[in-house]
Design a protein around this ligand. Structure first.
Ligand code: DAH
Length: 343
């Protein structure tokens, strides 16, 4: 009996020593398992009680119970203290300084050319035009032939391009999208076609081998030059301001008859003549005309019944005017100092 009692007292002592160094809830749990678990020290000692005489058992049992009680209580108390301490530590580690200034968020902006294209398209969408797109790699047929620019035509010289094969090329204008749409759809047709075009021009301040156009096409019964003028007038006012006027000058395009170039009153001086318009008072922004009957017929549209107008807007030229940019190369150099001005 005295040996068992000795063991129990020693156990309690050992437990108390170990408890002093338990620093975390994991330590506590390990301690509990080591002393009070199924294979723990206390269980091992209690097993020895079987060897005691019946007379000794009650006293031994009582002592064992007391000791177990005291270990449990000590564990419980320690666990409250430790859990408390752990929570404080966790909260400290997770502290957020809500007064700290935020990290600057890098927000991109649309490219100036995209902005101008979107604006042009929005104006014409508002007039009921649909947006149509075509491939940049195009057939010679759609880019030239069906637009009345046969092989050897002088207009081909001004639109020299990059050939994939003798009959496939990078389109020099968005006008082939007209062809594609008219081949697939009978009038009424009312579309704008934004996109990239290519010409084998050397790069300088005003020329780039890749640039953008927005093509427009309206085909229906009784479409007249008056409708063209009205639409372009509205476009000019929406894009460049209510005071803007337009002027048509006779010109030649193989795919329109009659054809014109369209100027708008200078956005800087309003028409008086300044540096922006080189003293002219007017700035050319697009080409236009009445769709040539042959072009309609080339696409299976009855030219006796239908007529149409078309126009092609130079996007870079418009954007350079809008933003006062004097070098077309700025659009394509991806210099973030330039681009970040257009937020
Ligand atoms: N495709 C012409 C060019 O690149 C622009 C143009 C002129 C388009 C007159 C048209 C138009 O649709 O009717 O120079």
């Amino acid at each position: 009996m005295s040996q068992l009692k000795e063991q129990l007292l020693q156990l309690r002592e050992q437990f108390n020593t170990d408890l002093q160094v338990a620093a975390s809830s994991q330590d506590l749990e390990a301690l509990r398992v080591r002393f009070m678990g199924k294979k723990g020290h206390l269980t091992a000692i209690l097993r020895g009680m079987g060897a005691l005489s019946p007379a000794e058992r009650p006293a031994a049992g009582q002592l064992a119970n007391e000791i177990r009680q005291s270990l449990e209580t000590a564990l419980e108390e320690a666990s409250v203290v430790i859990a408390d301490r752990e929570q404080v530590a966790r909260l400290e580690a997770e502290t957020v300084d809500v007064t700290r200034p935020g990290l600057p968020l890098c927000v991109g902006g649309r490219h100036p050319l995209t902005r101008v294209i979107d604006e042009i398209c929005a104006v014409f969408s508002g007039l009921g035009y649909a947006i149509a797109e075509g491939p940049e790699v195009e057939y010679d047929r759609n880019n030239f032939e069906l637009l009345r620019i046969p092989e050897g035509h002088p207009a081909r010289d001004t639109q020299d391009t990059f050939y994939i094969t003798p009959s496939i090329l990078l389109r020099t204008q968005t006008s082939p999208v007209q062809i594609r749409v008219m081949q697939q759809q009978q009038p009424p047709i009312k579309i704008v076609c934004p996109g990239k075009v290519y010409r084998s021009d050397a790069l300088d301040a005003t020329h780039s081998p890749v640039f953008h156009q927005v093509e427009g096409l309206v085909v229906d019964e009784n479409v007249t030059m008056g409708d063209l003028v009205g639409s372009l007038q509205l476009f000019a006012k929406k894009l460049f301001g209510e005071q803007t006027r337009i002027r048509l000058r006779p010109h030649h395009f193989p795919f329109t008859e009659p054809s014109c170039e369209v100027d708008i009153s200078c956005w800087t001086c309003g028409g008086e003549g300044c540096r922006t318009c080189k003293g002219e008072g007017w700035i050319e922004v697009l080409g236009a005309g009445m769709v040539h009957p042959d072009v309609l017929e080339n696409c299976g549209i009855d030219a006796r019944r239908y007529s149409g107008f078309a126009f092609g807007i130079g996007v870079e030229r418009t954007a350079m005017g809008r933003y006062g940019i004097d070098d077309i190369r700025s659009f394509f150099e991806n210099d973030i100092r330039f681009l970040s001005q257009f937020r």
